[in-house]
Design a protein around this ligand. Structure first.
Ligand code: SAM
Length: 257
């Protein structure tokens, strides 16, 4: 099905507060005036570049529906590779920290899929409000902390750190799709002049908060695998790169020596 048709169906279903399946099950139904007004407004927003997920306020991630607003990055399917890599490495009862939680997609998913104790941080209070609401609605037990990356957790003994940090270089701003550049929160996209700044701070900070043999799992931006591996140095072992469906290294896993 063409993407434009799918979008039109999603927006129409949203306008009448029904599922897409309902549209096919009730082809005889006509739109009310209110339905037309809502549908027209949603189409207009989409034509102006607003991502569909910000119009509907929803995005599925790892089989669960998350609420999204323009205060959070729309969770991406690629990030499910990070979930899979974490699920293979989280021991029972582990303390897991999600750095830069955004909508809470990673922390909530890991809390619900394992018996871990989940902590999640973000620098954005507005993102944390969305994440807290997602955790409450999905009944996930996650402790949220407003924090600048890892520094506030120094002295903890964390078993697994997961992070999908901002990794776009400021110089790449103009090359981003309009939907991303003009609508997603800049603090979720841009790390700094090189795009590697958050990785550098997370790798350095992880050594101070992970217990020995604890795991660091990072989502990687395009071409980030080499530089991030180089940041790790000698204090890490079992370093693994996990490719996405396009064969691009998408997740780096490393175990603190
Ligand atoms: C790429 S988004 C990832 C969101 C979510 N984890 C996901 O995968 O969908 C990065 C997140 O990191 C947060 N962030 C950016 N700089 C940060 C910092 N210095 N400390 C903590 N969080 C930060 C942003 O607010 C944003 O929510």
């Amino acid at each position: 099905m063409p993407a434009s048709r799918l979008t039109a169906e999603v927006l129409l279903a949203h306008a009448i507060q029904r599922s897409r399946e309902y549209l096919y099950a009730h082809p005889e139904e006509t739109l009310t005036e209110t339905g037309w007004i809502h549908y027209g407004r949603y189409l207009h927003q989409r034509l102006n570049g607003t991502p569909t997920q910000y119009v509907t306020g929803r995005q599925e991630f790892y089989g669960r529906m998350f609420r999204v607003t323009r205060d959070v990055l729309i969770p991406r399917p690629e990030t499910e590779h990070l979930v899979e890599a974490a699920l293979e490495r989280i021991p029972s009862g582990a303390l897991v920290l999600d750095v830069g939680t955004g909508s809470g997609a990673l922390a909530v998913t890991l809390a619900l899929e394992t018996r871990c104790r989940a902590l999640a941080s973000d620098i954005s209070a507005r993102a944390l409000a969305v994440a807290r609401a997602n955790a409450a609605r999905l009944e996930a037990d996650v402790a949220f902390v407003e924090a600048d990356l890892i520094e506030p957790f120094a002295g903890h003994s964390i078993d697994v750190i997961v992070s999908n940090p901002p990794y776009v270089a400021l110089s790449e701003r103009e090359s981003l799709q309009r939907e991303v550049r003009d609508f997603e929160p800049p603090e979720a996209l841009f790390a700094g002049p090189t795009g590697l700044e958050c990785y550098e701070r997370i790798v350095a900070g992880a050594a101070t908060v992970l217990r020995p043999r604890g795991w660091l799992l990072l989502e990687l931006g395009f071409r980030a695998s080499g530089p991030v591996q180089a940041m790790l140095g000698s204090g890490w072992e079992d370093i693994t790169l996990i490719p996405d469906l396009a064969g691009i290294p998408r997740v780096l896993a490393a175990r603190r020596a």
